[in-house]
Design a protein around this ligand. Structure first.
Ligand SMILES: [Zn+2]
Length: 398
């Protein structure tokens, strides 16, 4: 092997070892170097060297000594450092902007939401407002001794070759990652952009109702309806990154025309605008958040039009999700966004349909439940993704 190829190979091995030791610390903390050597299959000398690097990068710290089996000389274990290294999650929603800072242990250290209508707002104006929010929350994090090293941004759109199409925001081929990279301070891990349903699925998988699920389906209900698909613990993105556009699955071939070019799409019965329209709640009466609150109030009172809207949404969701369940065989379906808020009126219908369809084929029925992080699923998943990038390549902090 030529000298420089050999050096590159050794660097790659060292980087892999560093990530593997950091991952083992995360899963087994507090953990001694001797135990880390057993867990990773590396020599004790290598582990000691890598732990020293991780300590220098401020990713792990010494924990209180533990006695293995309660006797003998206590080992000197290490744990993940609850700072200063931190990741930032941001979200652009039709009705709000959100931000969330996580430290390496996955703890939420700062969060903020700014209400406001982002639909039809100029993309550069939305990006500027998001950068402003990011700056404020980074300053708040810095005051608690945290240093943000990477950012991930959840958008209600589809990424096509680094450009974002988000019809519900009025975005057409917007270079969101480039705009945000230019607007935010330089960070070792830079800016990652992805669909909000994908981040929502990861948020619920890591911190919410999807925990422990190997393959599961996360439904994100907003103005649009999207799905995040997790297969074997990883996101399934499809050939072009557009997998999970469940909102444009046809649930009524004779239904309303949809802005995607089709007709009778799920979004036309189960999206927020459709629900408010059927319930007779004018969007103009206030913000969409107020519209949703009004819908919940009318549902609780048993208002017939509101109940009809929820029934139509439930029936549409039942058709689309039955198809998805038969295609993907997930162990759990998690309803997020507005559908988490409307879960009492939607879950029974969806659960019954999913249980009925294919019941003679499948051994067991997937559980249907509401997201447990509420409207925070996507921003938490985004922040978690920023942290996951550090775990995958901690050497990049050097
Ligand atoms: Zn459509």
């Amino acid at each position: 092997m030529p000298e420089n190829a050999r050096a590159t190979h050794l660097d790659a091995v060292r980087e892999r070892n560093l990530a593997s030791v950091l991952g083992a610390v995360a899963h087994h903390q507090p953990v001694t170097r001797a135990r880390l050597a057993e867990l990773t299959g590396l020599t004790k000398t290598t582990v000691t060297g890598q732990v020293a690097v991780l300590e220098r990068l401020r990713l792990v710290v010494g924990a209180d000594p533990v006695r293995v089996g309660g006797r003998g000389r206590p080992g000197a274990p290490v744990s993940l450092a609850p700072g200063p290294v931190a990741g930032l999650g941001l979200e652009v929603n039709g009705q709000y902007l959100a931000a969330c800072v996580l430290d390496m242990t996955g703890a939420v250290r700062a969060r903020a939401t700014v209400a406001g209508d982002n639909r039809g707002r100029r993309p550069d104006a939305t990006v500027a407002a998001l950068a402003d929010l990011a700056g404020r929350i980074a300053a708040e994090a810095a005051a608690s001794g945290l240093d943000i090293v990477g950012t991930a941004v959840a958008l209600p759109g589809v990424l096509v070759e680094d450009r974002v199409n988000a019809p519900n925001l009025g975005w057409d081929a917007v270079p969101a990652a480039d705009l945000l990279t230019a607007a935010l301070p330089v960070q070792p891990f830079g800016v990652t952009v992805d669909n909000e349903a994908n981040f929502g699925a990861l948020g619920e998988l890591w911190y919410g109702a999807g925990q422990g699920a190997g393959s599961y389906l996360y439904l994100s209900g907003e103005t649009g309806v999207g799905a995040g698909i997790v297969v074997g613990g990883k996101l399934f993105r499809g050939a072009h990154g557009a997998a999970g556009e469940l909102g444009h699955v046809v649930v009524d071939p004779d239904g309303r025309p949809c802005r995607c070019g089709g007709a009778g799409c799920l979004e036309q019965v189960a999206g927020l605008d459709a629900l408010l329209r059927t319930a007779g709640i004018p969007d103009a009466s206030g913000t969409a958040a107020a519209g949703l609150a009004e819908l919940e109030r009318r549902l609780a009172e048993g208002d017939p039009a509101a109940l009809q809207a929820a029934a139509a949404a439930g029936a549409g969701l039942a058709i689309a999700l039955t198809g998805a369940v038969n295609l993907l065989d997930p162990d759990t379906v998690v309803l997020g966004g507005i559908h988490a808020r409307l879960a009492p009126w939607l879950v029974p219908t969806v659960e019954a349909a999913v249980a009925r369809s294919g019941s003679r084929l499948r051994g067991r029925t997937p559980a249907v439940r509401a997201a447990s992080l509420g409207t925070e699923s996507a921003v938490r998943g985004a922040a978690g993704t920023a942290i996951a990038r550090i775990f995958a390549d901690p050497g990049a902090l050097a």
